[in-house]
Ligand binder design. Structure first.
Ligand SMILES: NC(=O)c1ccc[n+]([C@@H]2O[C@H](COP(=O)([O-])OP(=O)(O)OC[C@H]3O[C@@H](n4cnc5c(N)ncnc54)[C@H](O)[C@@H]3O)[C@@H](O)[C@H]2O)c1
Length: 342
């Protein structure tokens, strides 16, 4: 299969590139290196099945060139980070919405078999319901969350209007190798690992009781593979089963693939537990790290207290069955960061 992976020089994208190249697929990677890096993909360049196109998804022609001959699209390119979107909503909007629309148009015109895209748990917004279930969302709490919700709306309309197959994966706090520890918008895990390796005190925003469903990258890879390759008929059959279980039988006969799925482990770890897990894993290599205590700062704008996914829908329809709990993921990620940055 020939697969276009946008954002393939970024954290999640480069892990997808690596996995699908190992599976002998042909991979086109489109990335403008805004937050991704050549060093994430350098090792793949000599592989004849890998092509890197440096380009911007805000340019429709670039998207069309990249998707030529592709069977599947895994669309990961976006400007991530809630704080970035609060500081610069216009740029987040143009990449995440205009760029997304360009990719949908290019994929539609190319007639790809399926368009799988990175959605986000931020779409749950101010909903207090736990665990998060796909069909019950709240109001967005940031410009970033708006863009990710608009992606879902566009994908839904394209699926219905142009008979495309679109699947959105609502990622919950993904972490693992190659997630960027640098820059103002680094995610909490690589940022704290970097602090600890430098013998600095990580800062917990708030009192440390806020919790997240931290999701190891391998689980995300599994979800992408299932989302891309699960046969359409299987999706229809399993969707009927799923909808009857959640008592929405009236919609179960639709012949459209326009789904969103939570992608998480289904657990919860609060920030103090996270800090302790990272510290204790890194202290196996460097005893001094074991003595570091966290510092505490104010809550961040746009942060919700708790986020935990129900993965029942992805499990029932796609057969998603995450293999790595957060604890195992923290061990693996710490090992990777230690070897890389020691
Ligand atoms: N990491 C998470 O926890 C998480 C959670 C929810 C959703 N997501 C989504 O998953 C996707 C991947 O996130 P990530 O964590 O790997 O982030 P990342 O920043 O490492 O990767 C994003 C990639 O997109 C590229 N990109 C940005 N703007 C572009 C443009 N205009 N044209 C082409 N390429 C562009 C970047 O250079 C980068 O390589 C994003 O869509 C993000 O919103 C991530």
């Amino acid at each position: 299969m020939k697969i276009l992976i946008t954002g393939g020089a970024g954290f999640i994208g480069s892990n997808l590139v690596e996995y699908f190249l190992n599976k002998k697929h042909e991979i086109i990677c489109l990335d403008n290196l805004a937050t991704g890096y050549m060093h994430n993909i350098e090792v793949f360049i000599p592989n004849p099945k890998f092509t890197f196109i440096e380009g911007d998804i805000r340019d429709l022609e670039t998207c069309k060139t990249a998707v030529q001959g592709c069977d599947y699209v895994l669309h990961e390119a976006a400007l991530g980070s809630v704080p970035r979107s609060i500081n610069d909503p216009a740029n987040t909007n143009s990449v995440n919405i205009d760029g997304f629309l360009n990719m949908l148009i290019a994929a539609r015109d190319e007639g790809v078999k399926r368009f799988v895209y990175a959605a986000s748990s931020s779409t749950y917004g101010d909903s207090k319901k736990l665990p998060k279930v796909e069909n019950e969302i709240g109001k967005p709490l940031s410009p970033y969350a708006i863009t990710k919700y608009v992606n879902e709306l566009y994908a839904d309309v394209f699926a219905k209007t142009y008979d495309m197959e679109c699947i959105g994966l609502r990622y919950f706090n993904v972490f693992g190798k190659r997630q960027d520890p640098n820059g103002a918008y680094a995610a909490v895990i690589p940022l704290w690992v970097k602090n600890l390796l430098n013998h600095e005190r990580p800062v917990i925003n708030g009192d440390g009781t806020f919790s997240r469903d931290f999701t190891y990258i391998e689980n995300v890879i599994q979800a992408n593979e299932l989302a891309a390759f699960t046969p359409t008929e299987t999706i229809f059959l399993n969707r009927e089963k799923y909808l009857s279980e959640i008592e929405e039988i009236q919609n179960s006969k639709s012949s459209i693939v326009a789904e969103v799925f939570n992608v998480a482990f289904g657990g919860n770890t609060n920030l103090i537990q996270l800090f302790e897990a990272l510290r204790d894993n890194l202290a196996k290599h460097d005893k001094e790290i074991g003595k570091i205590q966290a510092a505490f700062g104010p809550n961040r704008a746009g942060d919700i207290p708790h986020s935990q996914a129900s993965i029942f829908k992805a499990n029932t329809i796609l057969g998603y069955n995450p293999k790595y709990d957060a604890k195992t993921g923290f061990e693996k990620a710490c090992e990777w960061y230690f070897q890389k940055y020691k």
